[in-house]
Design a protein around this ligand. Structure first.
Ligand SMILES: [Zn+2]
Length: 278
């Protein structure tokens, strides 16, 4: 899904900052009419003879107070299987966090019951994130009406089916993949690091929603459980990319969906990933 045409002012960046970085923001991250867009998708990683699904989107048939997510009927599974991978082939599912748009397809409705979508997968749930959304702990955290029912529909049925592995970050998944902390957006928000062929990438979830937030980590946008931790996570990501050419792959960037933090005369900037160079 794509949400286009948001005025760039809605991001909360100053006009001065946007103008200063216009040369690299355009055309992907600053679009016609000074707007920006958000994508909603999953990532599929094949490495170490494993198939890993990261952030299984919103899911179908779920009520949401936000109209664009309410009772969706999207051919997600058809599109997924068009990659040549069957849901039965998935070895791991990882949710960077438990907002509705990152864990929905953990489950699907079958015969009136929410059942795991990926029947042979281990679902890697970070304990700290699991605790953040467990109903027993509701009083300790901000309630987010757009996330009502997510635990019951997308998390609890996976645990009940015995497919959940509750892990502590950092957690190594395989020789090339590890879960690492990226706290703040939610209390247990984590990221997945991929090291392959001497290159590194981080699936950064919602640590940022727009690359300007790597340049200026104080650009807030949206709800965060721990705002101080968000800024710290963004600073760490930017430094990592700058120093080691780590590819940052957040959940919501429009095409080309990923990039690197670089330095130039203007200071830090974000170089959009050029897939053909890979
Ligand atoms: Zn999100």
């Amino acid at each position: 899904m794509e949400l286009t045409g948001r005025p760039i002012a809605s991001l909360g960046a100053s006009d001065e900052l946007v103008d200063r970085h216009r040369s690299w923001l355009e055309p992907h991250f600053l679009q016609a009419g000074n707007t920006w867009s958000l994508n909603f998708r999953s990532w599929v990683v094949r490495v170490d003879d494993l198939v890993i699904v990261i952030d299984p989107c919103n899911g179908n048939g779920r009520p949401n107070i936000m109209p664009m997510f309410d009772m969706l009927d999207i051919p997600y599974l058809e599109r997924f299987e068009a990659t040549g991978i069957r849901v039965e082939d998935v070895d791991y599912v990882f949710c960077t966090h438990f907002h509705h748009d990152h864990c929905g397809w953990n489950t699907q409705l079958r015969g009136g019951k929410w059942v795991p979508t990926f029947p042979n997968a281990r679902y890697l749930f970070v304990q700290r994130e699991y605790d953040r959304w467990h109903p027993d702990n509701a009083a300790r955290f901000a309630s987010l009406p757009y996330n009502d029912g997510v635990y019951e529909r997308s998390i609890a049925p996976v645990v009940e089916a015995g497919l959940a592995d509750l892990v502590m970050e950092p957690h190594r998944v395989s020789p090339s993949l590890a879960i690492e902390p990226g706290h703040g957006h939610t209390a247990g928000h984590c990221m997945m690091r991929l090291c392959s062929s001497d290159e590194e990438a981080v699936f950064a979830g919602d640590a940022i929603h727009h690359p300007l937030q790597l340049i200026d980590p104080t650009i807030k946008f949206g709800d965060h459980d721990d705002w101080g931790a968000v800024m710290e996570t963004r600073r760490r990501l930017a430094a990592d990319s700058l120093e080691r050419s780590t590819l940052i792959i957040p959940a919501h960037l429009p095409f080309p969906h990923a990039g690197y933090v670089r330095t130039a005369d203007m200071g830090m900037w974000f170089e959009a990933y050029a897939p053909m160079q890979a």
